[in-house]
Design a protein around this ligand. Structure first.
Ligand code: 5GP
Length: 198
């Protein structure tokens, strides 16, 4: 029996991680994507329990103190964390798991879980990145500047990642990701094309 994988996907906001993960799920439906907790306020259309578990700062703090997070970090002035129990439950049942988290969180998880595989998503150029964040329109000028600054820092940690994908075209980038994920599953089972989860 192969050990289930823990995939961690990071990248600057605006690099198109969300779209890539959605596409990836269509192609690899047996992958389970963790829902993070955050103290950030919901954007229009975001749903509690689906996009995030939206917590107050004190609710977040209590959970952090009780060790309920596999990792947690502050990003753009808000707290974000991966709930430990649902991730461990899936892995124990041989289900591959995907976390969409920032590089601080990725480094924390890698330290405690050997099976983690880190994937970094990049926009083709910084101009593209800025255009995409602006196009999304959800940010004030100040928030935009914070996000671009974080993006610069995140690009500097790219070397920590096992696999880097440039999101110049969603369908091409998804092909690359699917090939990477499948190659690892084949390594683990020794069987070409074997399903990665029960
Ligand atoms: P957003 O507010 O745009 O949804 O997410 C902002 C950043 O927080 C993104 O870089 C995202 O990857 C990161 N993030 C989301 N969930 C988590 C989490 O559970 N842990 C950590 N460390 N970062 C997260």
């Amino acid at each position: 029996m192969g050990e289930a994988h823990l995939f961690i996907i990071s990248g600057p906001s605006g690099a198109g991680k969300g779209t890539l993960v959605k596409e990836l799920l269509r192609r690899v439906p047996d992958l389970w994507v963790s829902v993070s907790a955050t103290t950030r306020v919901p954007r229009p259309g975001e749903k509690d329990g689906i996009d995030y578990f939206f917590l107050t700062p004190s609710e977040f703090e209590v959970r952090a103190r009780h060790g309920e997070f596999l990792e947690h970090a502050e990003v753009h002035g808000n707290r974000y964390g991966t709930l430990r129990a649902p991730v461990e439950r899936r892995l124990a049942h041989d289900v591959d798991v995907m976390l969409e988290i920032d590089p601080q969180g990725a480094a924390q998880v890698r330290k405690v879980m050997d099976r983690s595989r880190l994937i970094f998503v990049k926009a083709p150029t910084t101009e593209d990145l800025e255009k995409r964040i602006r196009y999304r329109g959800a940010e004030s000028e100040e928030q935009l500047r914070t996000r671009l600054k974080t993006a610069e820092r995140e690009l500097a940690v790219e070397g920590m990642y096992d696999f880097v994908v440039i999101n110049d075209d969603v369908s091409r980038a998804t092909d690359e990701l699917v090939a990477y994920i499948r190659s690892l599953s084949e390594d683990a089972t020794g069987t070409a094309g074997a399903p990665s989860a029960l």
